[in-house]
Write a protein that binds this ligand. Structure first.
Ligand code: OGA
Ligand code: NI
Length: 357
C-alpha cells in the first residue's frame, strides 16, 4: 500500500483528550481484552540487566572482557539491557528529557505548526499506522532525523523552548558515540571484525532518528496502552526513560517485565535489523508501554538504523550448514513501509522474513 499524502481521518491529540478531564476514553483507544495491561501476566521483582560501562574503555583487560561478556549475555538472552556510566552526562540526559517535556507543555498552536504527515513522519504526531479507524495508542510524539546529514533539517526541529535544538544536537552526538562503541562490542562478541556491524549499517552513512514520546495521564489505563506491543524495526535503540514514572514493559517468554530504570541509565535494545544481521543470535524483543492515571511520562527513543538502501542479510560467518540463513535479504527502506502502513504489530514483520523451509 502506498502512503497517502495526508492522514485519512482527523488527528486527535491525546494530550488534548487527557486535558479535557473526561473520565471515559474514546473507543478507538480501547484495546482488545487480550492486549489490556491488567489482564496479561506481569512479573514483579525482575528487571532487565544493568551494565556499568565505566571500565569498558579504561579498565584492565580482564575487567573489560567481563563487561563485554555481560553485554554478550544480555544481547543473547534478553535483547534488552540498561547501561550506566555510559559517558553521557547526567546533566545532559536530564536536560534533554526535561526540555522535551517543556516542548509538549507549550500551547497547541506551537506544536501544531510541526504537525506531521504519513509520508515521512517527521514532526509532531499522534499515530503510527495510517489506516482509517485503526486502534490508537495513548501517546503523542515528535519525530526527527539526526543522520544522515542530508536528512537532518533543523527547520523541522522545534525552535522553542530556547536551546532545544542545541541540547538535542548535543545529545544526538553523544548517543552516536555510544552507539558506535556498542556496535563495535557487539561485532567482537559475535566473532566478527570489529567494524562489521557498522559496515553492514552503511559505514559512515548510518541513519539515526529520534522519537520523543509523550504519554499523557490516562483516566482508564487498564483499557489501553501508551504504545502497543512491537519490536523496533531498526538496528539498535537507545531509550532514555522517564525516571519518575515507569511504563516500559519487556516481554520475557509469555510475561511482561516492567523496566525499573537506574539513575541516568540509557536502555539499549536490539532491533529487527540486528536480529537479521546476526541470523537470530540476537533477537529483537517485543515491548510496550502502559500508561498512568495521574502521571504523564516522557521518553526519548533514539534509533540507530542501517542506511536505507543497503541490503540487510545474515552475516556470512553466522550462517553454517547447521544454522542456515533464517531471513531473506531486504533493504531497510522496504522493511519500514510495513510499520508505516500498519502501525505497531508485535514481531509479525521480522517473522514474515523468515525463509520458508
Ligand atoms: C519506542 C519505544 C518505549 C518507551 O519508542 O519504540 O518502545 O518507554 N518506547 O517510551
Ligand atoms: Ni520500541
Amino acid at each position: 500500500m502506498d502512503c497517502p499524502s495526508d492522514w485519512l481521518e482527523p488527528i486527535v491529540r491525546v494530550q488534548t483528550l487527557s486535558d479535557t478531564g473526561n473520565l471515559i476514553i474514546p473507543n478507538q483507544y480501547i484495546k482488545p481484552v487480550s492486549e489490556r495491561p491488567s489482564l496479561t501476566m506481569q512479573l514483579d521483582g525482575l528487571n532487565i540487566p544493568i551494565i556499568d560501562l565505566y571500565e569498558l574503555e579504561n579498565g584492565d583487560p580482564t575487567t573489560q572482557r567481563a563487561i563485554m561478556e555481560q553485554i554478550s549475555i544480555a544481547c543473547r538472552e534478553w535483547g534488552f539491557f540498561q547501561v550506566v556510566n555510559h559517558g553521557v552526562s547526567g546533566e545532559l540526559v536530564d536536560g534533554v528529557r526535561e526540555i522535551w517535556r517543556d516542548f509538549f507543555h507549550q500551547p497547541m498552536e506551537v506544536k501544531q505548526s510541526y504537525a506531521n504527515a504519513p509520508k515521512t513522519y517527521e514532526g509532531y504526531g499522534s499515530r503510527l499506522g495510517v489506516q482509517k479507524g485503526a486502534l490508537l495508542d495513548w501517546s503523542d510524539y515528535f519525530f526527527l532525523h539526526c543522520l544522515p546529514s542530508k536528512l537532518k533539517d533543523h527547520h523541522k526541529w522545534p525552535s522553542q523552548p530556547p536551546f532545544i535544538r542545541d541540547v538535542t544536537e548535543e545529545y544526538s552526538n553523544e548517543i552516536v558515540r555510544l552507539g558506535k562503541l556498542l556496535l563495535k562490542i557487539f561485532s567482537i562478541n559475535l566473532g566478527l571484525q570489529e567494524d562489521y556491524l557498522q559496515g553492514a549499517f552503511g559505514g559512515d552513512d548510518i541513519g539515526a532518528c529520534l522519537r520523543v514520546n509523550f504519554y499523557p495521564k490516562c483516566p482508564q489505563p487498564d483499557l489501553t496502552l501508551g504504545l502497543s506491543s512491537h519490536s523496533d524495526p531498526g538496528g539498535v535503540t537507545f531509550l532514555l526513560p522517564d525516571e519518575h514514572v515507569s511504563g516500559l514493559q519487556v516481554r520475557k517468554a509469555n510475561e511482561w517485565i516492567t523496566v525499573k530504570p537506574a539513575r541516568h541509565a540509557i536502555i539499549v535494545n536490539i532491533g529487527d535489523q540486528v536480529e537479521i544481521l546476526t541470523n537470530g543470535i540476537y533477537k529483537s524483543v517485543e515491548h510496550r508501554v502502559v500508561v498512568n492515571p495521574d502521571k504523564e511520562r516522557v521518553s526519548l527513543a533514539y534509533f540507530f538504523n542501517p542506511k536505507s538502501d543497503v541490503l540487510i542479510k545474515p552475516a556470512t560467518q553466522l550462517v553454517t550448514s547447521t544454522k542456515p540463513a533464517l531471513y531473506q535479504p531486504m533493504t531497510f527502506d522496504e522493511y519500514r513501509v510495513f510499520i508505516r502502513t500498519k502501525g505497531p504489530q508485535g514481531k509479525s514483520q521480522v517473522e514474515s522474513l523468515k525463509s520458508p523451509r
